[in-house]
Structures are given as structure tokens and as C-alpha cells.
Design a protein around this ligand. Structure first.
Ligand SMILES: [Ca+2]
Ligand SMILES: [Ca+2]
Ligand SMILES: [Ca+2]
Ligand SMILES: [Ca+2]
Length: 470
């Protein structure tokens, strides 16, 4: 019966009106994609939500008939006249004030990707105490958690007749870190699961041990992220405590490149975990204060100021729909006393040598790290790992072998970072942030030797004449 609804909503629904105006909205194709996201929302084969009832549809009509706001404009642009989809975007099944879904508001332009896909928002939609991903019936209460330390059947790769290394890795990660790997619109292959295992075990194990990674419950594999035309390797979403990896973009990277992406995103999970004891409810709303993290970053020249109550961003704040991006911080970040947005303006016109000099003078590893304190943290964390790897190669190898390996490392960084030069040496080993990382995330020689030995460097594709990394 629910299946019928899927078909009817996509193709036959009376609510579905074929392209009525010049909206950047291609009903048939985009609805199919948006709706498809529900089928892998928590895990492949996620049961579908029930069809919106008449009350919900009336509620949608009321909501849209008021004065237009950025929020109603967004819903109409994203879902067109498809009121059942808007009803889902507004739905709060258990009435706890947290809507079921977080809506992808990246774009509604099909050329550049598409918005309107559904992401997890309320972590327990039916309020039966079983988090959605562990819940075989996420929309129906009455389920019970599986015995501790065992994966529920629908998530367990071994139940899919897999006795291979991929399934073993999933088990070890769940047992040791309480994090579950989930195939969503794509499957983890053996390589991905091993790389995630490497990052967790060799870089983040201490943080897990100390309870500093509570903001991570799942690592999931998807095809791509709609953001920036799918130009995204990964994403961490604090509200649903999920780290997303995007196969379409990641598959071209070498193992080391993928590892660096995973470390960057795990860095975000570490940052978000700082805020959890204080503001989980806040995180679930669209307003973030994130005070613990802000205070922490003051040690590293990142301060923050509260936004004025009449700030433009507050007017854009959505009140009824949770979105991935149209949220607002209640504060602005400053790096070395200057607004991050002003830094970005200053740096945007710089190219070539001028850019490199600027980054060096301001101790920045790249342009992207000026986005905000979160990105600065994660980019510097990656620089820390690369710097250690670079030093290890320099110590262990000489002459041509050393040149080849350092060149391989440079190629990997160039490929991953594209036009944004990545100057990992700008994180100096005597800087406060390096010292923090060295204390909290000790890097062992065994780990570095593994990266060198395990084909992580994709060494055979390297041209030996390239010089050492910048
Ligand atoms: Ca709810
Ligand atoms: Ca709930
Ligand atoms: Ca549940
Ligand atoms: Ca349930």
C-alpha cells in the first residue's frame, strides 16, 4: 500500500500539477530524486513514511496561504505544487518539536544538483527509544534496542551473506567505537571500510576512549552531495551525528586522499562533540550557539561576537522547516580580530605567489581554512597528519626514493585540493594548535609507516622528476 503511494506521488497524484510556471523546478525528475532519498534515509530499504493525511494537507495550504516568507518561497521552489512533499517537510511524527526531516536546501537547479532531498533530523522519529538507524520500523513505535554490542540485523553486513573483510571491519568498528557503517545510496567497498578503520584506530582512538567523540553515531556512504554541484567529498552533520562520504567524488582519490577527507570530517565530529552536553536541543533547532567550541578556539586566535538582533540572517531563519544550510549562527567568527568574511574578501582576489605569501604571513594552510573556525580546525588537523608523514618520509628515505615519495604526496594534495594551494608547513610544530594536536592525537611511527607501505601513496603513478611538496 505504501508502495502505491510512492508511485502515485511521483506520477499520478492529483496534487502533482505539471510544470505550471517558470520555476527552476522540473517536477517529474526532481520529485523522483527527492522521494528516492526517503528509501535510503536511515539504511537501504528504510520503510516509507505514511501518506500525509487530510489534516496535514490542509495545514500545508494554510501555511502557504499566509504572507510569503523566505521559508514558504523555499518550499514552493523546492517542491512546486506537490503538497504531500511539503507536508513531509513539515511533519513531526512524535510531536516533540523536532521535525522528522532536515531538508537539503543546496539548490533546486538540476544542472547544478538538486535540493529537497530528505535527511535525518529527529534521531528517534517515533519516540520508542530506538534511534532511527537501529529501528527496523522507524515510523512505528514499539521496537526495542538489540542486545548491547550487537548490530541489528538490517544493518549487519554479515547477514547479507558476507563473511568478507568488509563485514568484519564493520563489526570491529561497531564494537570498538560504537559507530556503525551504513550503506545508503552507495555501498562501502572494502577499501573505504579499511580507510575509515585506519582513521578511527590510528588517529581518533584516544578521543573515543576519553568520550570526546559522542557526536558520531554513523558513517554512511552516499552517491553524492547536491551541494555545489556534487563537488563535495564528505560532510559531517552534527544534528544527526552522521558523517557522510560521497562515492562519486571520492572514488577518484588515492587511498591517502580519502583518508585525509575522513580525518577532516572526523575532526568536525570531534568539534561538535564539545557542544553536545550543553546544546543538543539547540543544535536540533536552526539556531546554533556552540559556546564550548567557541571558547575552546580562543586558544588559537579565533574569537567570536554575537550577532545583532536585527541581523539580516535572523530574518532568513526558518521556523517550521529544518534545513541543512538555511540555518544561522547566533555569532560571527573572527580570526586574529578580523571577521572571517572580511578575511575571505581580502584573499579572494589573490593568486599565485601573492596568495602563497599571504597564507604564509598569516599562518594559514589554505584559503578554505578561513571559512570559519570549524574548517580551520579540520584543515589544520589534516596538515598535522601530512606534516608528520612528510617528516617520516624524509627520515626513512634518501635520494631518488625520497624524491618519488614526496612527489607522490604532492600529487595527492594537488588532486584533493585543486586550485586552493595547500601549505601544510604553515602549521608550525611550535604553534599552540600543533601542540594541542600532538597531545590529544598522538601519531605513531607505525601508523606513518603503514601509510608509506600500504600503497596509500599510489607511488607507481608518480613521475620522479617532480620536486618536494611546497
Ligand atoms: Ca519529532
Ligand atoms: Ca523524537
Ligand atoms: Ca524509534
Ligand atoms: Ca520503531
Amino acid at each position: 500500500m505504501i508502495k502505491t503511494w510512492i508511485l502515485s506521488l511521483c506520477f499520478l497524484s492529483p496534487f502533482f500539477v505539471h510544470n505550471s510556471s517558470a520555476l527552476p523546478w522540473d517536477g517529474k525528475r526532481i520529485t523522483h530524486l527527492q522521494f528516492g532519498s526517503l528509501k535510503t534515509l536511515y539504511y537501504p530499504g528504510t520503510p516509507m513514511p505514511t501518506e500525509p493525511n487530510l489534516d496535514e494537507l490542509e495545514n500545508v495550504r494554510d501555511f502557504l496561504s499566509g504572507d510569503p516568507t523566505e521559508e514558504t518561497d523555499f518550499l514552493v521552489k523546492t517542491y512546486g505544487p506537490n503538497h504531500p512533499m511539503i507536508a513531509l517537510a513539515l511533519r513531526d511524527t512524535d510531536g516533540d518539536g523536532q521535525t522528522d526531516y532536515r531538508i537539503d536546501d543546496a539548490t533546486t537547479d538540476l544542472e547544478e544538483g538538486y535540493g529537497g532531498r530528505f535527511f535525518e533530523n529527529d534521531l528517534d522519529v517515533d519516540n520508542d527509544g530506538v534511534p532511527n538507524i537501529y529501528d527496523p520500523n522507524p515510523y512505528t513505535d514499539g521496537d526495542e534496542l538489540p542486545a548491547s554490542h550487537s548490530l541489528p540485523e538490517h544493518l549487519d553486513w554479515i547477514n547479507k551473506n558476507e563473511t568478507n573483510q568488509r563485514a568484519e571491519t564493520q563489526h570491529h568498528i561497531f564494537q570498538d567505537f560504537g559507530v556503525v557503517l551504513i550503506d545508503r545510496s552507495r555501498a562501502f567497498d572494502r577499501r573505504y571500510s579499511q580507510i575509515v578503520d585506519t582513521a578511527l584506530r590510528w588517529v581518533f582512538a584516544d578521543a573515543f576512549e576519553k568520550g570526546q567523540m559522542d557526536g558520531l553515531q554513523a558513517i554512511v556512504m552516499d552517491d553524492d552531495n547536491a551541494i555545489e554541484g556534487g563537488d563535495s567529498y564528505g560532510m559531517y552533520e552534527s544534528v544527526n551525528q552522521t558523517l557522510y562520504l560521497f562515492d562519486n567524488k571520492l572514488k577518484d582519490l588515492s587511498p591517502l586522499g580519502i583518508l585525509l577527507v575522513v580525518i577532516h570530517e572526523l575532526g568536525h565530529a570531534y568539534q561538535a562533540s564539545m557542544n553536545l552536553p550543553f546544546s543538543h536541543q539547540e543544535l536540533a533547532s536552526n539556531i546554533f550557539s556552540e559556546r564550548p567550541f567557541r571558547s575552546f578556539m580562543e586558544r588559537f586566535e579565533w574569537t567570536s561576537v554575537e550577532k545583532a538582533a536585527d541581523d539580516e540572517d535572523y530574518k532568513k531563519l526558518f521556523k517550521n522547516v529544518a534545513t541543512l544550510y538555511s540555518s544561522t549562527n547566533t555569532f560571527d567568527f573572527l580570526y586574529r580580530g578580523k571577521l572571517a568574511t572580511d578575511w575571505q574578501k581580502e584573499i579572494s582576489s589573490l593568486k599565485g605567489n601573492a596568495l602563497i605569501q599571504f597564507l604564509k604571513a598569516n599562518k594559514l594552510v589554505n584559503k578554505y581554512s578561513l571559512q570559519d573556525a570549524y574548517e580551520w580546525f579540520s584543515e589544520n588537523m589534516v596538515a598535522y597528519v601530512i606534516g608528520n608523514l612528510n617528516d617520516r618520509i624524509s627520515v626513512r628515505f634518501e635520494g631518488r626514493e625520497k624524491t618519488r615519495r614526496l612527489a607522490a604526496l604532492k600529487r595527492i594534495l594537488d588532486k584533493a585540493y585543486g586550485d586552493d594551494p595547500y601549505l601544510f608547513k604553515n602549521l608550525e610544530s611550535f604553534s599552540p594548535f600543533y601542540r594541542f594536536l600532538n597531545l590529544e592525537f598522538p601519531i605513531s611511527e607505525d601508523f606513518l609507516d603503514g601509510l608509506i607501505a600500504d600503497d596509500f601513496l599510489a607511488i607507481d603513478q608518480t613521475s620522479p622528476e617532480l620536486g618536494s611538496p611546497r
